[in-house]
Design a protein. Structure first.
Length: 378
């Protein structure tokens, strides 16, 4: 039987990828970037004469395949045996959480409780490859699959199992294997030049080069003499917003956090997604009269006046480790008031994180003794 040529393409970025979580058999849809990656790989492969296009039932695989198929007016065949590895009880866990466990291996497969073994994954994946090669002898197939299963197949054809080849593999990377289903050779391995323009080198590296340029200066707002830093021009750009959140998370690092506290209103914008990614609760600090239950309160100075901040009395457990998040550190009045509220509830401040710092206003002077994290400084 003539061998078939398989173009194994990893799906575009999913919501679980973006959150650095294992989704396994769970369905996790493509992000906006994932959809753009799908279009990029469709363009990169536009001259390849595919005889069949194959995907798994999971939407991140199928939607990526459809980006290619629509251009060619071809159907997408579903192959269930190529679905991603079942990670059992670890489904939804973060990469950092699992990489910190004693059972983690950098160069090999880990069978998680309730999940699949390496042998089980390899058996079903090879069964699918044999079937596809038999049904399309000498043909060229696009198989849009998943990172884990593709890496196992590649490692099999490279002859390195039970170790896994650890070549970097981005979303929509392309691997080419020529095989009859029994023996095969790897001709291209995890190529990704077509998507590199869609990726920031890193969230923090993007800060100076890109994020600051997306923040608009508005003079004389909200009163004469104030140069307002308008972040709405950053927020409306999905990639920039994500890079800002990821950049703050990278700066926050592995601090032990029980709750994220964000101040009305722009602190909510960054505090809530950071709390979500850290897997902890979010506590809003609001202006006078906005919270419905019993509160603690403090009057504070801000860059153009004074106001009162409030927090629910039951918002924090005694001794809770608190990360305070806001968009801007100016004179430091707002965050100093928030620190006072946390102290009234006997919480412990582990850090204060800001997208922007106006260094000339010396807001840090009010935060002496606290760890301050910022991305952009003016």
């Amino acid at each position: 039987m003539a061998p078939a040529t398989f173009f194994f393409v990893r799906h575009g970025e999913s919501e679980a990828n973006a959150a650095r979580r294992f989704s396994g058999h769970g369905d996790s849809p493509l992000t906006g970037r994932g959809r753009r990656q799908a279009e990029a790989v469709a363009e990169a492969l536009r001259d390849v004469p595919f005889d069949r296009i194959v995907a798994t039932p999971l939407s991140r695989s199928l939607d990526t395949a459809l980006a290619v198929a629509r251009r060619r007016r071809m159907p997408v065949d579903i192959e269930r045996d190529l679905v991603e590895i079942d990670v059992g009880e670890r489904t939804g866990a973060t990469f950092d959480e699992l990489m910190g466990l004693p059972s983690w291996r950098d160069d090999g497969f880990v069978a998680w409780p309730g999940g699949e073994t390496l042998e089980q994954v390899l058996e079903r994946a090879l069964r699918a490859v044999r079937r596809l090669a038999r049904d399309t002898p000498g043909g060229t197939l696009l198989v849009v699959g998943h990172g884990g299963v593709t890496r196992i197949l590649v490692s099999h054809f490279l002859g390195v199992l039970p170790k896994l080849d650890r070549s970097p593999a981005t979303n929509t990377s392309v691997t080419v294997v020529v095989t009859d289903g029994e023996t095969g050779r790897v001709e291209r391995l995890f190529e990704s030049a077509h998507v590199e323009p869609l990726h920031y080198p890193s969230a923090v590296a993007t800060t100076v080069k890109d994020l600051a340029g997306r923040i608009r200066d508005v003079p004389d707002f909200p009163k004469p003499g104030i140069l307002f830093k308008d972040i709405t021009t950053l927020l409306k750009d999905g990639d920039a917003f994500r890079a800002a959140v990821d950049g703050l998370l990278e700066k926050i690092g592995k601090r032990d956090v029980d709750a994220v506290v964000g101040m009305e209103s722009r602190g909510f914008i960054f505090g809530a997604p950071i709390a979500y990614k850290l897997g902890v609760g979010f506590v809003p600090v609001r202006k006078l009269g906005k919270l419905p239950a019993d509160v603690v309160s403090v009057e504070y100075d801000l860059e153009y006046g004074s106001a009162t901040l409030e927090m629910h009395k039951d918002a924090l457990a005694h001794g809770a480790k608190v990360l305070i998040v806001d968009d801007l550190l100016a004179t430091g009045g707002t965050v100093a008031g928030t620190i006072e509220l946390v102290k009234q509830l006997e919480g412990e401040i582990v850090a204060c994180a800001f997208l922007i710092e106006l260094a000339a206003l010396h807001g840090r002077d009010k935060l002496r003794g606290y760890d301050v994290v910022t991305l952009i400084s003016y």
